[in-house]
Structure formats: structure tokens, C-alpha cells
Design a protein around this ligand. Structure first.
Ligand SMILES: Nc1ncnc2c1ncn2[C@@H]1O[C@H](COP(=O)(O)OP(=O)(O)OP(=O)(O)O)[C@@H](O)[C@H]1O
Ligand SMILES: [Mg+2]
Length: 311
């Protein structure tokens, strides 16, 4: 029986339950080897103050330049927001952190590893320590709530079903949805679906959780619930969280630090609490939702009269 890296940690936790020892036969050699690798990643990530360090990052999809020299650091244990208007490259930035795309210039370091230099095995190991909540949730519609949360455990570990069951119920309990485990995702409200996605993101006890627009389309109460859950889970699990969003109202209340991205660079940054009184024109426009300011209403285009053939 092979336990995965994250699985071995779970097993250690489960073994310590008052119910006594785990009744399953465990290959201790494999566990200890996996545990060693996991500890190696953890100890590396424990040494630096910054879990993520992005330096002079440039990225383009073909001819379309998206990031033009991003520099940012994510301190360990913090919840950090990356804010920017639609199309500013926030999701692309997360894809670079997860190693789904490679930069043309610059680097992304996660837990002291340069992501784009990792081979497939290295990337696989690193990704197991990252939890991702996709834009709009990204739940599997043909699976139940339980099976959605169990999915990464079944795919990435060889944990026995009995343990998976307990772990899934623990994760669902953490987001207040243990009672909804048998529901299909189509039966959930938007806020509930987001919470299930959150439970799935923490399924493998990641060191870094990335949330892509976790608040989109939520009513104010659900939005508040999700924002507070992100904060509480971050602190309770001792992880680091990156929240990519265009929402200012709730996100700035629960994050420690914020970066504003525009035109492919960081145009402002600072402790979240200071953002509301910032006189940076970009931050001011964003915080006060003003239509005029450094962020233009129109996507770059040819002059209107030229486009209409009037000149
Ligand atoms: N696969 C792709 N191929 C080509 N261009 C892309 C691709 N994905 C995104 N883009 C472009 O890259 C730019 C940044 O997109 P990205 O999705 O990162 O923005 P975003 O800040 O996450 O936007 P939103 O807030 O709407 O989610 C956009 O101009 C988009 O059209
Ligand atoms: Mg996006």
C-alpha cells in the first residue's frame, strides 16, 4: 500500500486519534521515504521568510504581452491579495506559479524552487503542496460533493477509502458542509459550491493555497462567509494564501497585504489596511470604483474615426 506525500502526513494525524492505531497495513518504508521528501520541501519552505518570490517576470501568449516585469513576494503565513481589473493577467500569474506555463523572462520561486526549471517529477511534488481554487469553482458536475473533495486524494495518493472518507468529512466540516456531502454539485447554491471548492483546495493539506476570484458572483453574505473562511483556514492550517480578485470591499478586510497589477506590472502595494486611505491614483480609482483614472474604460484599439473609415 503506497501512501502519498500528503497522505503520509494525514496518516500520522489519523494515527494519533483517540480511537487508537490505524487498522490498515502500512508500508512504513515507503511512508518514511515519502515523509522525508515532504519534510524536505517543508523545511525548505520553512527556512525563507518568503514562500513565493517573483522577479522581473515577463510573459506573453504569442504576440500578446501580458506580464511586463512583475516583482512580488509572498511572505509565509500571510494572506495576500493580487488585485487588478479583468484581463490584467491575474489568472496568468497563478498559472505561472503552478508551472502550467513558462515565463519568457524572469522567475517564479516557490519554496526556494524555480518553478519553470523543475522537471516533471519536481513539478508534480511541488503541485501536491499547492491547493488551487479555480475561477468559478471548477467542480465536477457529475460528481457528488463528497467525491469532488475526495478526487485529489484518490488521484494523488493511495490512501485507503476508509481514511479518505474521514478526511473528506473533516474538510467538509471545516467549511460547514459536512451535511451536504451526498448532494450533487448542481443542487448547490453559488456560495455552497465555492465552499466545496475550498474544501477540495485544502484536501491534501497544501502549504500554499491559491484562490482565483473566490468571490465572483456571490451575494454579500456568502462573500463575507468565503472571505472569512479563507482567513480562518489560513491561520488554522498554518498555510500561506494568495487571493486573486477584483473585489475590494471584503478582500481587503481579511488579507494582510495587497498588490495591484496593471499593464503587466505591479503599480502599487502595501498593507491592506493602508489601501483605503492610499493616494496612489490607481489604488484610489480601484478602491472607490471610479470610472475615470489610470485604468481606461476602453481596451486598446485604433482611433474610433479610423476604425469607422471616417478619416
Ligand atoms: N490561453 C490564452 N491564449 C491567449 N491569450 C490569453 C490566454 N489566456 C488569457 N489570455 C489573455 O491574457 C490576458 C490576461 O488574461 P488573464 O485571464 O490572466 O486575466 P485576468 O486578470 O485573470 O482576468 P479576469 O479578471 O477577467 O479573470 C487577457 O488579455 C487574455 O485575453
Ligand atoms: Mg482571471
Amino acid at each position: 500500500m503506497r501512501f502519498g506525500i500528503a497522505g503520509s502526513i494525514h496518516v500520522k494525524q489519523i494515527l494519533a486519534t483517540p480511537q487508537g492505531l490505524c487498522p490498515f497495513k502500512i508500508d512504513t518504508e515507503i511512508i518514511s521515504r515519502d515523509y522525508q521528501v515532504h519534510q524536505e520541501i517543508k523545511s525548505v519552505s520553512e527556512s525563507p521568510e518568503n514562500l513565493v518570490k517573483i522577479s522581473d517576470l515577463h510573459f506573453a501568449y504569442g504576440e500578446r504581452k501580458v506580464l511586463n516585469g512583475i516583482n512580488l513576494k509572498i511572505q509565509k503565513g500571510k494572506v495576500v491579495a493580487i488585485l487588478g481589473v479583468s484581463g490584467s493577467g491575474k489568472t496568468t500569474l497563478l498559472r505561472l506559479m503552478g508551472g502550467q506555463v513558462k515565463p519568457q523572462h524572469g522567475s517564479v520561486m516557490v519554496a526556494d524552487r524555480v518553478v519553470h526549471e523543475l522537471d516533471d517529477d519536481g513539478l508534480y511534488l511541488l503541485r501536491r503542496d499547492m491547493g488551487m481554487m479555480f475561477q468559478m469553482g471548477g467542480l465536477y458536475s457529475d460528481l457528488s460533493v463528497f467525491d469532488n473533495v475526495a478526487f485529489p486524494m484518490r488521484e494523488l495518493t493511495n490512501l485507503p477509502e476508509e481514511l479518505i472518507r474521514d478526511l473528506v468529512l473533516m474538510k467538509l466540516h471545516a467549511v460547514g458542509l459536512r451535511g451536504a456531502s451526498t448532494m450533487m454539485t448542481g443542487e448547490l447554491s453559488g456560495g455552497m459550491a465555492r465552499r466545496v471548492a475550498l474544501a477540495r483546495a485544502i484536501a491534501l493539506d497544501p502549504m500554499l493555497i491559491m484562490y482565483d476570484e473566490p468571490f465572483a458572483g456571490l451575494d454579500p453574505i456568502s462573500l463575507n462567509v468565503i472571505a472569512n473562511l479563507i482567513r480562518r483556514l489560513n491561520d488554522a492550517l498554518g498555510v500561506t494564501s494568495i487571493v486573486v480578485t477584483y473585489d475590494m470591499s471584503e478582500s481587503l478586510k481579511v488579507v494582510d497585504y495587497a498588490y495591484f497589477v496593471h499593464d503587466g506590472v505591479v503599480v502599487a502595494e502595501g498593507p491592506a489596511a493602508e489601501m483605503f486611505s492610499s493616494d496612489n491614483p490607481f489604488v484610489h480609482q480601484f478602491v472607490h470604483a471610479q470610472p475615470d483614472g489610470p485604468v481606461a474604460f476602453h481596451y486598446p484599439s485604433n482611433p474610433y474615426p479610423v476604425e469607422l473609415g471616417m478619416s
